[in-house]
Design a protein around this ligand. Structure first.
Ligand code: ITT
Length: 201
């Protein structure tokens, strides 16, 4: 078992986004003794990949090589139908603040009645030299016409998941963390870890 506390294996979260860290810990609960990449590395990992998978693998690999401990990375984004999948893999770079990113999105969708969008997350778990596995999750929905709600982060105030009337930002964190792209992907990760515990931790 890798370095952890007495009862739980260690897991390095290869993200610097505080909101993602909170959601990942909430969804995975007490399964792991968590460490953060920010405690080992002060710089941002550049995101130059063309896909969520490329970026997530790169972040997980860097964390694994730096810490020599099992590492989990998340690359995610909002893919909007009427914008040919934008902002997608560029979601974090669509503007310099959450509000500017949202404003740009709403501006680009002005006049469009096709509001369909999907949140996607790709997690990569890197746990031995050259041994890793990816877990994907999606949450389909629509982009609202204006911001609603104060919870969550990023594009949450303008994303309404299918089957609901509230935006992610109007939901409790408990509900968002049951239905989100991150929740779906991490459920697969949890299953993988519990089935192959002796080989992958
Ligand atoms: P790390 O690379 O350190 O993990 P980051 O914020 O740069 O942090 P990404 O490159 O994966 O992460 O960018 C994902 C962006 O997509 C994120 O900054 C948000 O703008 C958006 N996003 C992802 N998941 C989201 C969610 O659950 N709710 C709202 N916005 C989300």
């Amino acid at each position: 078992m890798p370095k952890g506390d007495k009862t739980r294996p260690g897991l390095v979260l290869a993200t610097r986004n505080k909101n993602k860290i909170a959601e990942i810990k909430y969804i995975l609960g007490g399964l792991f003794d968590y460490r953060l990449i920010g405690d080992y590395l002060s710089d941002d990992v550049p995101e130059s990949g063309r896909t969520l998978y490329d970026n997530s693998l790169n972040k997980a690999l860097i964390a694994y090589e730096l810490t020599n401990q099992p590492s989990l990375a998340d690359d995610s984004g909002l893919f909007v139908n009427a914008l040919n999948g934008e902002p997608g893999v560029f979601s974090a770079r669509y503007g310099s603040t959450d509000q500017k990113r949202i404003n740009r999105l709403l501006e680009n969708l002005r006049g469009s009645t096709d509001r369909k969008a999907v949140f996607r997350a790709v997690f990569v778990y890197y746990h031995r030299p050259n041994v890793f596995r990816a877990f994907e999750g999606e949450c389909p929905g629509v982009v609202a016409y204006e911001c609603r709600g104060n919870n969550g982060f990023g594009y949450d105030p303008v994303f309404i998941p299918d089957g609901y009337e509230q935006t992610f930002a109007q939901m409790t964190s408990d509900l968002k963390n049951q239905i989100s792209h991150r929740a779906t992907a991490l459920l697969k990760f949890k299953e993988f870890v519990s089935q192959k515990r002796s080989q992958v931790l």
